[in-house]
Design a protein around this ligand. Structure first.
Ligand code: PLP
Ligand code: COI
Length: 378
């Protein structure tokens, strides 16, 4: 087990014990019923936000302080704020799911909390205590409970982030930071749901390199990926498969998702966490779930050539991408320059998708203790 896994599986305080750690401020301007109904009737991904947000601040004298749930509003930031110049920020993404009895649950939130701290350590940002991270989710989801959709497949996407707010242009880590969580009621990430996606294999650009920041969640990695994604999309592809920057020959990540390869002999393989790949919570959950089900899972270096030939000769039957936002997405084709190979099967991906969704929505036993209740049924 990695330390992320260990921290995620520790016993953290339950929601009730954390309820008051973030003070809820009064809200004079909740969204009207019409505004609320319009958003909930047409759920996009990450396009609309709730009534509240969580906030805290850090400085060297006080450490983290000012934990509060306050009305959602634009932030005030000095134009010299370090994040605007040097990109010193980290973020997380997780979802709150409504169960049939009305209670609201998040999936492995301590994993996200621990990963946020790993990202922060890489970017010279102070750790945010794991119980405070959980408390911010509990406080925010309780205040924004009406925004957690009812429908299977829909959820409240939670976006915790920390940014350098010190007004200083010298090139060093900042001395002032802000933590916030915003929430967005969301439908499926890909509007076509489980339709297989067409993937462009990117050989000219990389999202991360050895010794860089690919294994942590910081905005610069995403900014680095937009150019390749935009060009691929302009040519009709849905996503980009990035190769490792050192050899330009091995599978790294698929856009902002981890990637899996399913073999005809039953093995399931995913690129090992080489330092340029984000340790996805979904990736880790799928590996544990499959292993528990007796599937042979392998974390290893995956050469594009081998996967490509495997698709052509039938030894590779299926590929899928995974992440919190999209859950599991089957890959329908890979294209390298003018060559394209098709993957015919989606059966395994759909099975993994359903197994995960059943846990998220409380339809199946939570056999790994992954779900964390953030709000009771009212
Ligand atoms: N890879 C990248 C670059 C990501 O941004 C994400 C999403 O957070 C993932 C993989 C999948 O991670 P997770 O399953 O924790 O959402
Ligand atoms: C994911 O949650 O899978 C992501 O890739 C996050 C993305 C929206 C930045």
């Amino acid at each position: 087990m990695t330390s992320l896994e260990e921290q995620a599986s520790s016993q953290w305080p339950l929601a009730q014990a954390l309820q008051d750690r973030f003070v809820r401020y009064p809200h004079q301007g909740l969204k009207t019923d019409d505004e609320y109904n319009a958003v909930m009737a047409q759920l996009d991904f990450g396009a609309h936000f709730t009534d509240y947000m969580a906030r805290a601040s850090w400085d060297a004298d006080r450490g983290w302080h000012g934990h509060r749930i306050e009305p959602y509003a634009p932030l005030s930031l000095d134009p010299a704020g370090a994040v605007l110049h040097y990109g010193q920020e980290v973020f997380e993404g997780l979802k709150a799911y409504r169960h049939a009895d009305g209670s609201v649950w998040t999936f492995r939130p301590a994993y996200n909390a621990a990963r946020l701290n790993e990202s922060s350590q890489r970017l010279m940002i102070p750790d945010f205590p794991i119980p405070d991270f959980l408390a911010s989710l509990v406080g925010l989801v309780s205040a924004d409970r009406r925004w957690v959709p009812q429908d299977f497949g829909a959820s409240l996407y939670l976006r915790p982030f920390i940014f350098a707010s010190e007004a200083f242009l010298g090139v060093r880590g900042a001395q002032r930071f802000d933590y916030a969580v915003v929430a967005s009621p969301s439908g499926p990430y890909f509007s076509d749901g489980l339709k297989p996606i067409n993937v462009w294999v990117e050989r000219d650009h990389h999202r991360a390199g050895p010794g860089g920041m690919g294994n942590v969640k910081t905005g610069g990695n995403y900014a680095a990926s937009f150019f390749a994604k935009a060009h691929a999309q302009a040519r009709g592809f849905d996503e980009v498969l990035f190769l490792d920057a050192a050899t330009n020959s091995r599978l790294d990540e698929l856009g902002a998702m981890n990637v899996f390869v399913v073999m005809a002999d039953g093995r399931v393989r995913t690129p090992a966490l080489s330092g340029t790949i984000l340790p996805g919570s979904t990736r880790s959950a799928i590996l544990q779930m499959l292993d528990d089900d007796g599937v042979d899972v392998f974390e290893e270096s995956l050469a594009l050539d081998e996967v490509w030939e495997g698709i052509k000769d039938g030894t590779v039957t299926e590929m899928f991408a995974c992440g919190t936002a999209a859950s599991v997405v089957p890959i329908g084709s890979l294209t390298v320059s003018s060559q394209r190979v098709e993957l015919g099967s989606v059966e395994f991906s759909r099975w993994v998708f359903s197994a995960l969704a059943d846990i998220h929505y409380g339809r199946a036993a939570d056999r790994f203790g992954w779900m964390y209740k953030v709000a009771d049924a009212v």
